[in-house]
Design a protein around this ligand. Structure first.
Ligand SMILES: *[C@@H]1O[C@H](CO)[C@@H](O)[C@H](O)[C@H]1NC(C)=O
Ligand SMILES: *[C@@H]1O[C@H](CO)[C@@H](O)[C@H](O)[C@H]1NC(C)=O
Ligand SMILES: *[C@@H]1O[C@H](CO)[C@@H](O)[C@H](O)[C@H]1NC(C)=O
Ligand SMILES: *[C@@H]1O[C@H](CO)[C@@H](O)[C@H](O)[C@H]1NC(C)=O
Length: 255
């Protein structure tokens, strides 16, 4: 439900024709504004913008209903490609602004595809179990690293993609083949903002419940003898990690 709320808020935010530019996208004063020509404005307004609106509308109206429908992913994918090529190499300011909206909707749309969320969550579950049961192997499952070199380690991508290929849908394979780097960067980078629309927070909202559920399962599975003989180290470790994940995942809905 929470996920659904901020999925919608992403879409609503994107749908605003003129979003407030964040300070780092405001052009420095050595860069002159590039006005769009009449021809470019017409192209943007009549050809490209409707394509973007259609994507936002489709993502919004299908949220949560598309599970198991591989056509939905392919449709959005095709629409994103068409919208991107509509802007072609128009680089005037208004086009750039609108392309940012488009890219945000098309690049970080994981919340729109339940099959891909599910895949991501299965992997988080697998990585957590390796962390608890085979810590010596965990390194190759841990792509949540603060150094770029570690995140770009091809072995980690291979382990991840092998998992996806054998445990997820064809669309998930396609999705992560294209977006793996963006996803791992987003999850490793704690943003300054606590805004739930940040991809980082959205990924935490996929990941943390998986850790909590797995911890709960292990906690419930502790036997009387486990408790008696204090064979609870793994559960204690799991609780600690799950709790930290939840604490870091806090975000707030803003307008
Ligand atoms: C991009 O610009 C080049 C040169 O100005 C032009 O030949 C090409 O057709 C343009 N591409 C698109 C997609 O508009
Ligand atoms: C990043 O990777 C290095 C080398 O594998 C590891 O020692 C370190 O703990 C990792 N950092 C995080 C935050 O996972
Ligand atoms: C597929 O998922 C199962 C269950 O999480 C896991 O044990 C297995 O290692 C995965 N396959 C690959 C190739 O990673
Ligand atoms: C659940 O508990 C049983 C008995 O203690 C143990 O054999 C089994 O491995 C446990 N399963 C998990 C997933 O921890």
């Amino acid at each position: 439900m929470l996920l659904k709320l901020f999925a919608l808020s992403v879409l609503i935010n994107c749908a605003t024709p003129y979003p407030m530019p964040s300070t780092d996208t405001i052009p420095r004063d050595d860069q002159k504004p590039k006005e769009c020509t009449v021809l470019q404005t017409a192209q943007i307004l009549f050809e490209c913008s409707p394509k973007v609106e259609n994507i936002l509308e489709l993502l919004g109206s299908n949220y949560g209903k598309a599970s198991g429908d591989p056509q939905f992913y392919q449709k959005v994918n095709t629409m994103c490609q068409q919208a991107k090529s509509c802007y072609g190499n128009i680089t005037c300011d208004d086009a750039v602004k609108r392309q940012e909206i488009l890219n945000k909707a098309c690049d970080f749309d994981i919340v729109a595809f339940p099959e891909i969320q599910e895949c991501m969550q299965k992997y988080f579950g697998k990585a957590f179990n390796v962390f608890l049961d085979n810590p010596e192997l965990y390194d190759s499952y841990n792509f949540i690293n603060n150094t770029l070199a570690e995140r770009r380690n091809p072995d980690k991508k291979r382990v991840f993609m092998t998992f996806v290929q054998s445990n997820c849908t064809a669309n998930s394979v396609d999705y992560f083949t294209k977006k793996y780097e963006k996803i791992v960067d987003a999850i490793a980078t704690q943003p300054d903002s606590h805004d739930c629309r940040e991809v980082h927070h959205q990924l935490n909202y996929l990941r943390c419940p998986v850790l909590v559920a797995e911890t709960h399962r292990r906690y419930n599975n502790l036997s009387f003898l486990d408790r008696l003989f204090r064979r609870t180290q793994k559960v204690v470790k799991a609780l600690d990690v799950a709790k930290k994940c939840m604490n870091n995942a806090k975000c707030i809905m803003t307008d």
